[in-house]
Design a protein around this ligand. Structure first.
Ligand code: ATP
Length: 325
């Protein structure tokens, strides 16, 4: 594997004390690495630091073993797509894509060919002569990505590119991005606070909390072995039960209903608070002592139990965390 981007001990402190601290991260050539975390955890600050839109307070950033820490954005082999796309409204789609190529003094015929290929790949060839405001959100988003990709950056930086789109288009755009990324094998860093989006798109995910990276791993590593309670509660559906000095965590799918309580540490009694048919499965809210958890059952469960029924369940896979002091 080739390391494309190396971030070493990077900190960025704003005057008010916020920012990111001691970030260490290696991004492999050709992967989609997602920076995931709640609002304000420092994802955009890190992305902007990689793109050169933020000067770091400490540490170094290298791309292909070249130190780029102090280079301005236009001297870096990165292109960033911002949240609001920043398309030029007085230029057609074609001109939006052509602008950067002109600056790079690419000859006219070559520009035309590159743009035609890019619009074709993005499925917006018919929009070439339209203006951004004549396009849908999804189409504008494709133009923004096309404008970045046509410049053939070494690394593509995407800051919550789908936040303005509705849920259905979002899913479609993710699929498209994944396809394009696989075709071009372009190293991509993607920022999102949406864990489902991160799980679906990423080769690896870096989970951030309060300005730091707390875990880096593949989606399944993060899902199956979250490093702490914060990550466990952030990714997917997770139940927690307090035990003496520990907290056990388990996913709804890692449980099964049993008829008797064997009185071991895996089996629990609960009382059903609600049952909802979710299509091919039933979702149950259950209280165990004073704590509420979510369980999944088969479609038939809804016929066997009612609200207020006692239920016995066994946890087939669990994690255990020390209580935070
Ligand atoms: N220019 C700035 N000046 C001062 N503080 C800033 C600046 N930009 C960001 N911050 C602060 O730094 C922290 C990290 O912000 P950042 O925008 O990187 O987070 P984020 O994870 O990308 O959040 P969001 O998802 O809301 O964009 C926040 O506390 C934010 O208020």
């Amino acid at each position: 594997m080739t390391i494309k981007l190396e971030i070493k001990n990077v900190s960025k402190k704003y005057d008010n004390g916020d920012g990111i601290q001691d970030i260490n991260l290696e991004v492999q050539a050709g992967e989609i690495l997602t920076l995931l975390g709640p609002s304000g955890c420092g994802k955009s600050t890190l992305l902007r630091s990689i793109g050169g839109f933020e000067s770091v307070t400490e540490g170094s950033i290298s791309i292909d073993n070249q130190d780029i820490t102090t280079l301005p954005p236009e001297k870096r082999p990165t292109i960033m797509v911002f949240q609001g796309y920043n398309l030029w409204e007085r230029m057609t789609v074609f001109e939006n894509l052509e602008f950067g190529l002109k600056l790079r003094k690419i000859p006219k015929d070559e520009r035309k060919n590159k743009i035609a290929d890019m619009l074709e790949m993005l499925g917006i060839s018919a929009m070439a002569q339209k203006y951004p405001q004549q396009l849908s959100g999804g189409q504008q988003q494709r133009v923004a990505i096309g404008r970045a990709l046509v410049l053939e950056p070494e690394i593509l930086l995407l800051d919550e590119p789908y936040s303005a789109l509705d849920a259905k288009i979002r899913v479609q755009m993710r699929e498209e991005l994944k396809k394009i990324q696989q075709k071009l094998k372009i190293t991509t860093i993607f920022v999102t606070h949406d864990q489902e989006e991160a799980m679906m798109l990423s080769t690896r995910i870096a989970v951030m909390k309060k300005g730091e990276i707390v875990q880096v791993g593949t989606p399944s590593e993060i899902y199956n072995s979250p490093a702490d309670i914060y990550i466990a509660s952030f990714i997917g559906q997770m139940n927690f039960l307090n035990q003496e000095n520990r907290i056990i965590a388990f996913r709804p799918e890692d449980t099964e209903f049993v008829s008797v309580n064997e009185n071991n540490s895996e089996t629990f009694d609960g009382v059903i608070q609600s049952l909802t048919q979710m299509g091919h499965y039933t979702q149950l809210f259950v209280t165990v002592a004073s704590e509420t958890i979510i369980l999944f059952g088969s479609k038939e469960v809804i016929e066997k139990y009612t609200v207020g029924s006692k239920i016995v369940f066994k946890i087939t896979k669990k994690l255990s965390f020390e209580k935070e002091k």
